[in-house]
Design a protein around this ligand. Structure first.
Ligand code: NDP
Length: 443
């Protein structure tokens, strides 16, 4: 079977799952030469096995809104691959959530988690529930109903979810509370917990910080750094906020933020009291970036994304496929030299090709945003040891893990003096998981 025939088979089996097929194609294209060169992978039929989730759980989530209305959402957990550790990956609550999106996220998670060097398998889950404009009580009742089914599939050595879009420390708190009540057990079955009850310092910051550390490592290969660079960021949630904070620390100037309504361009930089305002706006008041524009007199571009703004570095931190081919071309033509992905699969395949053809420093999400899940694994370690490491200790470990991920990409992705981080990340992650699957036999 050649690559095309393999992809045809995957497409036939997973019709109507475009995001999942997109993520599979990207990985398989990179690893195909390795697959062909290693007969043991073929003999164990690793590729067909690796694209099939070990288990998919889909369930009904009924809940009652404040006005007494009965609502139903759909809950999911994709337990994709446990070859190197318990299933690990976030829960996403967003109206766009469906099987295809969660399967793509779960598939990416397998290789990302392998790259962290830590013992965690790949999983992802969530619901098409929209927490926006819901009361605290409604969010709590939804989370409790969601857990009434999901609890039986979780466990500190089985499956340990975390947050993602629409799931922050409030939602994790409600879900953990329900889990603890049902199981009568206080265990590290979630990460991203509050500090008071088992969370890790630096976990909230980790994905954003890690994405920026990865950008620094990429820039260093060309004797550059973030000092004095103009940086365009998308999104305004967890990942974006801490990416902005870290860019500011490194002396860069962040000029944009966005949400699903549009983007803000603030040429003076999103820093100091402006960043504090943004964090309060998004995390406490749950407002929109438009209000930032009104507060500080910065221009709001309704219905647009920030990629037309001239920059040296781009950090997409909102969602999948948020940089289309035209926007990728606009970044390259405007002189962008580095893209480090805080979000998962934010660039469409044509855009990725453009970045690679133009030899810019392009860090795909599964490498650049792995700091979040790596720090989640550090939270699991602290929970099982029943102790807490200091901020400095966790940050140091995060820094070291990001450098090790970068190093693996260099090792497997260097071709003619150019580091192809897509190839490097895919091959390094795949080798580890595939070899573990062979060790375990046909299971
Ligand atoms: P948040 O919910 O905190 O923030 C998400 C941000 O993205 C919001 O600004 C949101 O705007 C925007 N957004 C979401 N969906 C869309 C959309 N369809 N179109 C335009 N804007 C959108 O999520 P996170 O910051 O946690 O996650 C952001 C990205 O980072 C995701 O791709 C996630 O998978 C990835 N990631 C997150 C990790 C983590 O630790 N949290 C770890 C690794 C990756 P609005 O308010 O309008 O919805």
């Amino acid at each position: 079977m050649n690559l095309q025939e393999f992809m045809q088979k995957v497409k036939a089996r997973n019709a109507n799952e475009p995001e999942f097929l997109q993520s599979v194609e990207e990985v398989i294209e990179s690893v195909w030469p390795v697959y062909v060169a290693n007969p043991q992978f073929k003999q164990a039929n690793i590729l067909e096995r690796i694209v099939e989730p070990e288990r998919i759980i889909m369930f009904r989530v009924p809940w009652v809104s404040d006005n007494g209305e009965v609502n139903v959402n759909r809950g999911f957990r994709i337990e994709f691959n446990s070859a190197i550790g318990p299933y690990k990956g976030g829960l996403r609550f967003h109206p766009s959530v469906n099987l295809s999106i969660l399967k793509f996220l779960g598939f990416e998670q397998i290789f990302k988690n392998a790259l962290t060097t830590l013992p965690i398998g790949g999983g992802k889950g969530g619901s098409d529930f929209n927490p926006r404009e819901k009361s605290d009580g409604e969010v709590m009742r939804f989370c409790q109903s969601f857990m009434l089914e999901l609890f039986r599939h979780l466990g500190p050595n089985t499956d340990v979810p975390a947050g993602d879009i629409g799931v922050g420390k409030r939602e994790i708190g409600y879900m953990f509370g329900m889990y603890k009540k049902i199981k009568n057990e206080f265990t590290g079955v979630f990460t991203g917990k509050s500090l008071n009850w088992g969370g890790s310092l630096i976990r909230p910051e980790a994905t954003g910080y890690g994405t920026v550390y990865f950008a620094q490592d990429m820039l260093a290969t060309r004797n550059m750094d973030l000092e004095g660079k103009t940086v365009v960021v998308s999104g305004s949630g967890n990942v974006s906020q801490y990416a902005i904070q870290k860019v500011n620390e490194f002396g860069g100037l962040v000029t944009t933020i966005s949400d699903s309504d549009g983007f803000i361009h603030d040429p003076e930089g999103i820093k100091g009291e402006k960043l504090e305002y943004l964090m309060d706006l998004k995390n406490v008041r749950r407002g929109r970036v438009k209000e930032y524009g009104e507060e500080f007199g910065a221009k709001f571009y309704q219905g647009h994304r920030p990629w037309s703004i001239k920059c040296d570095v781009a950090l997409p931190c909102a969602t999948q496929n948020e940089i289309n081919a035209k926007e990728a071309a606009s970044l390259v033509n405007n002189g962008c030299i580095c893209v480090s992905e805080g979000a998962n699969m934010p660039t469409v395949p044509e855009g990725v090709k453009l970045f690679l053809d133009n030899k810019i420093l392009y860090g795909p999400g599964k490498a650049a945003n792995a700091g979040g899940v790596a720090t989640s694994a550090l939270e699991m370690t602290q929970n099982s040891m029943r102790l807490s490491w200091s901020r400095e200790e966790v940050d140091e470990k995060l820094r070291t893990i990001m450098s090790s991920i970068h190093q693996q990409c260099v090792q497997y992705g260097t071709e003619d003096n150019f580091i192809n981080y897509v190839k490097g990340a895919n091959i390094a992650g795949f080798m580890k998981v595939a070899n573990a699957m062979i060790d375990h036999g046909i299971v």
